[in-house]
Design a protein around this ligand. Sequence first.
Ligand code: XLS
Ligand code: NI
Ligand code: NI
Length: 476
Amino acid sequence: MKTWGILLLLLCLQAVTYAVIGESQTCPAENVGKCDDSDWEGEFFPGINKIKYEGPSSKNPLSFKWYNAEEEILGKKMKDWFRFSVAFWHTFRGTGADPFGAPTKYWPWEDGTNSLKMAKRRMRANFEFINKLGVDWWCFHDRDIAPDGETLEEANANLDEVVALAKELQMQSNKKVLWGTAQLFMHPRYMHGAATSSELGVYAYAAAQVKKALEVTHYLGGENYVFWGGREGYQSLLNTDMERELNHLARFFEAAVAYKKKIGFNGTLLIEPKPQEPTKHQYDWDAATTANFLRKYGLIGEFKLNIECNHATLSGHSCHHELETARINGLLGNIDANTGDPQVGWDTDQFLVDIQEATMIMLSVIRNGGIAPGGFNFDAKLRRESTDVEDLFIAHIIGMDTMARGLKNAATLIADGTLAELVRKRYQSFDTEIGAQIEAGKADFDFLEKKAKQWGEPKVASAKQELAEMILQSAL
Ligand code: XLS
Ligand code: NI
Ligand code: NI
């Protein structure tokens, strides 16, 4: 009763706020005139220069303390280890709105509309942003960068117009698309899912949308294409034919592979696991579930995985676990670099600032020999309460600095070798003739029983977990 009362109050408050603020984003006083000027093409971030590396002692928030793009670590430049990318949907479409509150961010270039003119201006802002930040890549959904249409034809025409500008800006700046994707979760038609919708027409519409998104990603020279099945799952098994939905999903992916080949798109197709949210249960639950799905349907050679750290923890794993699962299955394709909050149970999409977590992530990436043609996409957003334009830069800078520290620490650990030696020692009983026989699949149960009787009770050594933790800390 009490909870309902509070909820009702919050909903009323929200309604009032919307009514007061109206269509939310307006042009701030100091920019009036500028915002409605259709020719206004920036500068969007006046007063912010190109972000430079100033070293760990710098107190300048608009500088890198650890990320030094050209510095070589383990034979590769930092920028090539990471291939950092800005996520258009968070950085340029994130408003700070949440289920209880109206938008909090009013970027000076926004005019409060979702017009084509606005879409183009935002695209210019994106390029100025990545240029100043010194990031070479960006990622997008079709519907973030261009307004939807009344019809598929209209939506495609809108997309073409914005993509043409993006192509021009890419050529001027030498920036590239890390991955593109189709937004198959926002529109009400996708309420039952896209490829797993119970409605045939929705399946077809989703196919048409992915077809177009693959084309534009290819046109923009994208190196990957992502499938995140936000609504490919269920709310109740009572009304769901799970087997049929999974079969449909596999057919959808097969058709995407065929179309990719047809248009000569050589980018990697990536599936991004997530256990739930917005559905109660999402089919691409985690890396292992997705790998099993790909194997069952004979798609394993055609896809890799895009591991998102916040999704990893939502599925009850660490990011390191998901990366290792992907890596040992030959499926590590890309990282959506973000993190959750240990006290909050949803996808908070925060910038990753935990140095220990970053170190573990980089251990996986180094073991994988890097991550190209994938990269590190900042699928992360400012907190609702962070509302200054410079916060957009600061958030990405700390995200990049944290990963750089992770890389340096992981390189230190590898050069030091103590941790690897601890692990090697744990398994050394298998570095024997009989161990080799077992690992080669040449030891049957009769043989092993004979050995067990001959050897008697085995001696079992300590796992040395605290020592391993001590070694890790010495590198941070
Ligand atoms: C949502 C996902 C989404 C994908 C792209 O949780 O992380 O942002 O990365 O559709
Ligand atoms: Ni993501
Ligand atoms: Ni996410």
